[in-house]
Design a protein around this ligand. Sequence first.
Ligand SMILES: NC(=O)C1=CN([C@@H]2O[C@H](COP(=O)(O)OP(=O)(O)OC[C@H]3O[C@@H](n4cnc5c(N)ncnc54)[C@H](O)[C@@H]3O)[C@@H](O)[C@H]2O)C=CC1
Ligand SMILES: CC(C)(CO)C(=O)C(=O)O
Length: 300
Amino acid sequence: MDIVVFGAGALGSLVGGLLAREHHVTLVARDPHAQRVAGQGLRVTGELDAHVRPRATTDPTPDDLTCDLALVTVKAYDTAEAARTLATGDSDVVCSLSNGLTEGALVAELGDRVLAGSATYGAELVGPGEVRCTGVGRIHVGELAGGESERAERVAAAFREAGLDCEADPAMPRRRWEKLAVNAGINAVTALARVENGALAEGPGRDVAHRAARETARVARADGVDLTDDAAVAAVDTVVDETAANRSSMLQDVLSGGRTEVDAISGAVVDRGADHGVATPTNRTLAALLRAWGADGITE
Ligand SMILES: NC(=O)C1=CN([C@@H]2O[C@H](COP(=O)(O)OP(=O)(O)OC[C@H]3O[C@@H](n4cnc5c(N)ncnc54)[C@H](O)[C@@H]3O)[C@@H](O)[C@H]2O)C=CC1
Ligand SMILES: CC(C)(CO)C(=O)C(=O)O
């Protein structure tokens, strides 16, 4: 398969690097990472080990973006710009693995080429040309509206050929909301409390994460998605357990002084809740604290 990974930072470099073991992969990244990958290849270290030579570019032409599959792995707030650039090429299918509710921005530019996706692999960019796998997770792809999908099956099979754990999921809307509940709980609380995911296995952080997840499930149901409070809480507990040693991507953002995805995660739960008249006091508080940090954040 010809695959473009748009936004090859931590997650995109890990997934793109693993896909390059079997497929023709182009990473759209920023320098110095892109330059190092183009010159010396990409090293995958940590829980997985590979040295691959995908193409890498900072400034893709429409030809570079013409492919069987475009994977979007930018931060949620960069999705709209990524979609506008991808629209200059001719990709058969576009699938985002970003956290948060980002599909709207993709569909606005790319229409029915868009599939939904979610990933629970853990990735950290060590430096130019090297990405560390901090957790072997799973990828799901499927139609935005749900249902069986030949093209999602094709994408999942291509991922599996390259040794990634990937399934096509006919219940993608529910899975997306479940992942949102996980991120609303884990990412926001670990970023504010400055703890690894495993710290939410017990204690006061666990309770806040559960409240945020239950609120997200209530909003999901108001949005027509069948996600129970218990399922959302169980999903948080499972991810806490499976990724105990991970620093969530939002904690990594806070520690590096970067921008967080608060608008697409806690903020999206609050906004969708308001649309449906569902109260979301925990997510509202978490979003306000994250935005207060973002406005004037201390990183040490
Ligand atoms: N890192 C992780 O373990 C996981 C991350 N995610 C989600 O995946 C998404 C990406 O996360 P990370 O990889 O951690 O972020 P990241 O910041 O490491 O990677 C995003 C990359 O996209 C690049 N980018 C953005 N716009 C670009 C453009 N126009 N041209 C070229 N490059 C561009 C940025 O320079 C950056 O390197 C987020 O939504 C995150 O929440 C989901 C699961 C796990
Ligand atoms: C699954 C989880 C919570 C892993 O840390 C994640 O999605 C993230 O860090 O953004």
